[in-house]
Write a new protein. Structure first.
Length: 167
């Protein structure tokens, strides 16, 4: 039953089904509406699945890059189709857990749709996203909003200089 529940939650997170459908199907799998209602908060509190597109998907070129910003460098995760030529670019912006496996997976999904994707680590000026996501949240309060915005604008400028991007 655990795999079925995880699959349902993955469908919900990816947008394949809405919350109502998630609860309806959970009720069927778990044995009733009360059980589904009890499972819902547990699922929502767990992190999103991080491997919709595997890290080693053979269709993709992935890895970490650095691009220049005022006062240093920003680290970012990059993903694009292999041998695709020039592609339009998308900047994937992470949530308050930092550049984590889920955000990297989103970049891979974007790449499979035919884009060059980069996901900058907003916490780069503070040493990067920590391994423990609970430690990432308070770091965001230490970022300067204007500088953070400039660091993401620098991602656009970086992509304009890349031969694989359409500019």
């Amino acid at each position: 039953m655990k795999t079925e529940i995880e699959d349902l939650y993955r469908d919900y997170v990816s947008g394949s089904i809405d919350r109502r459908e998630l609860l309806r199907r959970l009720a069927s799998v778990a044995g009733g509406t009360a059980a589904a209602a009890a499972l819902s908060p547990v699922l929502e509190g767990s992190p999103a699945p991080a491997d919709v597109v595997p890290k080693d998907d053979p269709r993709l070129e992935t890895g970490y890059i650095k691009y220049p910003v005022a006062g240093g460098e920003m680290r970012a995760y990059s993903a694009r189709l292999k041998d695709a030529g020039k592609l339009a670019s998308v900047i994937v912006i992470h949530e308050n857990r930092g550049l984590n496996p889920h955000t990297e997976d989103v970049a891979r999904r974007v790449a499979l749709e035919g884009f060059t994707a980069i996901a900058p680590d907003a916490l780069s000026p503070l040493g990067g996203t920590p391994a423990n996501p609970d430690e990432a949240r308070p770091l965001f309060q230490k970022l300067d909003r204007a500088e953070n915005t400039k660091n993401f604008v620098a991602a656009v400028e970086y992509l304009k200089t890349q031969p694989q991007a359409t500019g």
